[in-house]
Design a protein around this ligand. Sequence first.
Ligand code: PMP
Length: 418
Amino acid sequence: LTERYVAAHPRSRALMEQAGQHLPGGNTRSVLHFEPFPLVMESGWADRLRDVDSSEYIDCAGEFSAGLYGHSDPTIRAAIEAALDNGLVLGAPNRYEARLAELIAQRFPSLEQMRFCNSGTEANLLAVMTARIVTGRDSILVFSGAYHGGVLSYPTGGNAMNVPLDVVMTPFNDVESFTSVMSQQGPKIAAVLVEPVLGAAGNMVASQEFLEALRKLTRDHGALLIFDEVKTSRLGEGGMQGRTAITPDMTTLGKYLGGGLSFGAFGGTRHVMERFDPGHPDALKHAGTFNNNPLSLAAGIAGLREVFTRERAEEFLSISERFREELASELKRRGLPVQVSGLGSILSLHYGETLPRNAEAVHPATMKLRRLVHLDCLEKGVYLTARGDIFLSLPMTEGTLTHLKDSLVASAESEVAY
Ligand code: PMP
């Protein structure tokens, strides 16, 4: 498989070698690296990608969920072009920011007020720092395997390069451990930061019982509950907080909400967020040159208003959830020990007879399965993320989804046999 890959992608190989001159490993996003070398992409349109060796793929990396709209949605493009006609960044409040804030508040009622920034990483950092200041406490509680951005990542193995926060860690989806940690350390916890689908560790969906325990115990102990919905905000019209009817104190967002351009947002109750009002007697300062850049905001507004409407969001969730279920039942029908985790348009494959509920329960053979499926799918014209996440996007048709399902099943079957 690897030999065929090397032979099929000479230009990617040469460009990656050249890139290594000034970029360590030729890379500026570690998550995109895979052995023997990643593909260099030339162009994208709708749900397709073409690499520099002219091979074409269905794009299931979907920019790790930011690519919900695909690469060339006409409405998003028109909004970006119209904004561009009026200048790049204006150095003043503009007409876009309040509009996008209103649209976001309507979808996600936990964000009564919010602030914008440039990435999900920033959004989480700012939310955590806000919680520390508002509660007067130092520690944050996160779940093992969680990824909340480039400097807030808690993998069960490997090196993370994190901001030096006082962090308490406990397993995801484990009410007992969480309850016990809170009873011992509750008084020092400023915030519990949770992604309602534990993404980087393998897209494990939080149980309702677990999220309810988080909601109750954070209240009991005076800590803030922060939902990282940077990715899960695409799961239905109101993200996971809408689906579960559990309202966190703060929420962080990013990815598709900037229409596919760089974006982040954090917010919460008026009580918490009013500290950012410059007129507040004890105001918190939060600046950022590109926080209100018109291109991201205009693209985000067009996306929510005209493309990913509430109805479309719900319809996309059912279509993609049907895809996930059909994929899982086809793997089962063939007797393969492969499970499909996730919800709707965010999913991944796991080796084993049962779905893991947290990072600790991931089968040791899962990474190998995903590595092989990834390379094998490339030969079939399907581009997945190297670590195995699969993201569906709005331009995908029934035909594309069928091709995708058949490719994943065939790859999993040949790799399990291998
Ligand atoms: N939180 C989660 C759950 C994420 O998946 C990501 C990015 N994959 C981030 C935060 C960070 O977002 P960004 O890459 O925009 O900094």
